[in-house]
Design a protein around this ligand. Structure first.
Ligand code: URP
Ligand code: ZN
Ligand code: ZN
Length: 465
């Protein structure tokens, strides 16, 4: 499979120029002006388009048994949606239950994805319990290439772990040099506030936010910063949603904590009034941390533009409305948490970031692709455009105008949280390791071609710091 992309305007985190890209054996092999088209090669004209490195979503939940429900997508449907939206690599969260061992959980997630995915993927290995057996299994899983962990400080009794386990897990991560992605909310405060509201008859989705106000998240971040400082572990705060939490993360950074920060497209564009929609419709917009007061969006956009926030992800966690979200009718604490956005992230970030003048093209590429590749050990195979990189490319048509709708989405979930949102530009052609996988909004790739990507540890077992 040989592919020549002609006359596109290549944009990476640091460069912008017009050139042709020659792809062979699934990689980029040459970049230059007026490259000849050898016989048999597929030629795609990218005149008038930006050519971006394939986008990377560092935070998805595709296989997710959670709060009494299973997230709606499969690896086939979710990665198809991802590709149509310009995302060519996803990091899914492998989240075993507390009764499952890490090895069993990893095997379960691998089996679900095997032979299904339309694009490449890797896993952050969830640590939902930490004991001697878990330590040894996690060491092995990490050295097999799942070189990052995931920890929840929230979800008491489910995924959440105790402080002694947090210390042990981060000590292991520090020893291996594995980045740990952490959901930062104080689970005890959440449980107490939930009880306070429920016992006063405040049971609707609009109370979800009130049980997890900004100080609950800020306290989670402050807590993580102390544990990361004590253990020396590199950490990555997932779905940071508010100014107070950002301030705590920056305080940690100033103290020398190796901390990276992720924002979500949902928190950048949606606000808490949506979770207050009447007749339980707000349940569509229940996620954790919750959608915030609109004022936090400005802080997140500023932090994104100025380099305080490193990545923009989706935390794609799709649950149907009202069938699955309805599990929490009469008790907001039982509404399966999550707002899907895997397909919409890139068009929305371009529209509200680049086209709206909030971030430039290079920052767009950095936060949606390059930084995730660097943080999680994929760079420069992914996250940039250079000879030797995987031929994951997005030919982006900035002249396109459209609207988002559940009617035209590929994800299996039955609503679109961004219904009716206008879109400026779209991925017109998307390649996955040199194969054209999406064209003009249609999937034309090969389901099952996506590979599980192993990533090297910074400090493999046996090698001291
Ligand atoms: O509400 C959310 N974020 N659902 C998915 C699970 C998680 O906390 O990331
Ligand atoms: Zn989370
Ligand atoms: Zn998540």
């Amino acid at each position: 499979m040989a592919l020549l992309i002609k006359n596109g305007e290549i944009v990476t985190g640091s460069a912008r120029y017009v050139a042709d890209i020659w792809c062979e054996h699934q990689q980029i092999t040459a970049i230059g002006r007026d490259l000849p088209a050898p016989e048999g090669a597929e030629v795609v004209d990218a005149s008038g388009m930006f050519v971006f490195p394939g986008f990377i979503d560092p935070h998805t939940h595709i296989h997710l048994p959670f709060m009494g429900a299973f997230a709606k997508d499969t690896y086939a449907t979710a990665t198809r949606a991802a590709v149509l939206g310009g995302t060519t690599t996803v990091f899914d969260m492998c989240c075993p239950s507390k009764s499952e061992s890490p090895s069993d959980g990893f095997a379960e997630w691998k089996a679900k994805a095997a032979g299904q995915a339309c694009c490449d993927y890797s896993f952050h290995m969830g640590i939902t319990r930490f004991d001697d057996e878990a330590r040894e299994q996690l060491r092995r899983i990490a050295s097999e290439g799942m070189a990052s962990f995931k920890i929840f400080l929230a979800y008491k009794g489910a995924f959440g772990i105790a402080d002694s386990e947090l210390f042990g897990a981060l000590s292991l991560a520090a020893e291996l040099g594995a980045v740990t992605a952490v959901h930062c909310e104080n689970e005890t405060l959440i449980a107490e506030l939930q009880n306070r509201h429920l016992s006063s008859g405040r049971t609707g989705p609009e109370w979800h936010h009130e049980s997890r106000p900004p100080y609950v998240e800020a306290e989670g971040v402050r807590h993580l910063m102390a544990f990361a400082e004590a253990t020396g572990a590199p950490v990555y705060i997932v779905h940071l949603s508010c100014r107070e939490a950002l301030e705590e993360a920056v305080r940690g950074r100033l103290r020398g904590v190796d901390v990276r920060i992720e924002a979500l497209i949902q928190h950048l564009l949606l606000d808490k009034s949506l979770a207050e929609l009447p007749d339980f419709e707000g349940a569509k917009f229940v996620m954790s941390p919750p959608l915030r007061e609109i004022i936090h969006q400005g802080a997140l956009w500023n932090a994104l533009a100025q380099g305080l926030v490193d990545t923009v992800a989706t935390d794609h966690a799709p649950f149907d409305y009202p069938e699955q979200k309805g599990l929490g009718r009469g008790d907001f604490t039982k509404i399966p948490n999550g707002i899907p956005s895997l397909e919409e992230r890139i068009p929305l970030l371009y529209t509200h970031g680049v086209a709206a003048g909030r971030i430039d093209l290079h920052r767009f590429v950095d936060v949606a692709s390059t930084n995730a590749a660097k943080i999680f050990g994929l760079f420069p195979s992914k996250g940039t455009i250079q000879p030797g990189s995987d031929a994951d490319l997005v030919l982006f048509d900035p002249s396109y105008r459209g609207k988002l709708s559940v009617k035209s989405q590929a994800s299996e979930v039955n609503y679109n949280a961004f219904e009716g949102f206008d879109i400026v530009g779209r991925p017109a052609v998307v390649t996955v390791r040199g194969e054209v996988a999406a064209r003009d909004g249609r999937f034309v790739g090969t389901p099952g071609r996506g590979r599980l990507i192993a990533r090297p540890l910074r400090r493999p077992p046996g090698q001291s710091k």
